[in-house]
Ligand binder design. Sequence first.
Ligand SMILES: [Fe+2]
Ligand SMILES: [Fe+2]
Length: 530
Amino acid sequence: MPTDIPRMGVPDRLAARLSIAEQHALLVSRRTLLTGAARVAASMVIGGPAAAFWLQLDTLPGRMVVPFGRHLAWGANPRTTVSVGWQVPHRVKRPFLRVGASPDALGPRIDAEIRPLRTDLGGIRPATEQYYVHATAGGLRPGTTYYYAVGHAGYDPTDLTDYGRVDTFTTAPSRRGVARPFTFTAFGDQGVSSHALANDGMLIAQRPAFHLHAGDLCYADTSGKGRMTDFYDPRSWDQFLAQNEPVAAAVPWMACLGNHDMEALYSPDGYDGQRARWDFPGNGPALAAGVYSFLYGNVGVIALDANDVCHELDGNRGYTGGAQTAWLDRRLGHLREQPDVDFLVVFFHHCAYSTSTAHASDGGVRRHWVPLFDKHEVDLVINGHNHVYERTDALRLGVPRKAEIGETVHPGRDGTIYVTAGGGGRSLYSFGAPDSHAGRRHPVDEIESYVWADSSPEQVPEQIPERVTWSRVRYTGYSFLAVDVEPAREGHTSTLTLRAVTEDGAEIDRVVIARKAAGGSRARLNDQSA
Ligand SMILES: [Fe+2]
Ligand SMILES: [Fe+2]
């Protein structure tokens, strides 16, 4: 166990099945009592000198506080809006973002927002103070590379030429005309490790336009059961953001939320910590966190929070009251109607289809969302949760149509491809069947697996056995998904080429998804439309 900091010492039998909202209410009441007791104890032991030390930290010259953990995110319109998030180790004054067409001609300061996050575990250890900073650059030109720098009072990278850091981002292409080829990447279940770093290094070599993170981001909550007995250390987020900065400072790092990302300490839905750390595009249902959509070229992307519908874990089950699923239906329909959209890609944490022995498939995802994927002919679904790589055949109404490595799938006829990309860097899981991938094919006709069934809060979640014939590629190793997008002119064939790449750069899967290119109204589109 990497940390000795439990959320609270609540016995398992009491805390086992509390919702995140119930846990939050209990934590707040206990923290109030424990913090009061801790303050009395602290004043008896350390008194004035400790207070003086903290005051000193609070007034550090701005020049001595260096930003880290830069991470980009698309706004609701990636053609015109990019958000920049970062962290500072101590409180700063007047933080800002500067953006410009060249590194030596950055524009005026754009005011940034500090989102402080205080983690007080009630006297178990001193409270942790984290300072996340965010600013948004709007009114940008589509398909344009910009330079940017972040700073605060006393620290402007353009003044400190020896130390200052200037990074770049490139906005999404215009909706007019035919989009150019591009690549995006995806994985989930990353954490902080040498494998996570290796994946990051191989990932940036793909020169992705953006990256999708399918949840279980950091593992600050190492247990991930959504319970008060989970272990939690907020400082893991500092390591996580620093680890990913070489990629995320230049590539929009689009996160969704997994079971390890629910942190009951901060809010009734457990997501106020995530709201402090991340800039989500903000165009999803009001009740949900990390739920949004964006358009890039001829691809519509949707991020979902599967904690809302999964059967396996009940901490946040049903927290949007069905609003997320209703929004998904509407948003898929809207994106499918867009005349410049060929492909729909949806990513979220819990697997619709996996045979990994750890978590297998979730019946809640299948019940609530798979019918919508069928209805709107979603082309690709990307999940994590199972720490392996697995790719299905094309599936419609649960019926598979074989898609061997190297073959081409036509989703309108064949169905949706489901990818588990859970080899992001956290410890690996296993399969009940042999690995089977490029260079080591071991096909099997049938695999004994299971799907999580619905259960009441009083019941232990049940695993329903199922015989699986749709598991086409399995790889037990650290890896990620790269998707090469080749748009075509109206009436020709656009393609998504899915490549699974290991942390060492080997390709272990490839399949092509092909669609006749949409079109007909491109000339009417403008770059302000969502
Ligand atoms: Fe995970
Ligand atoms: Fe997970």
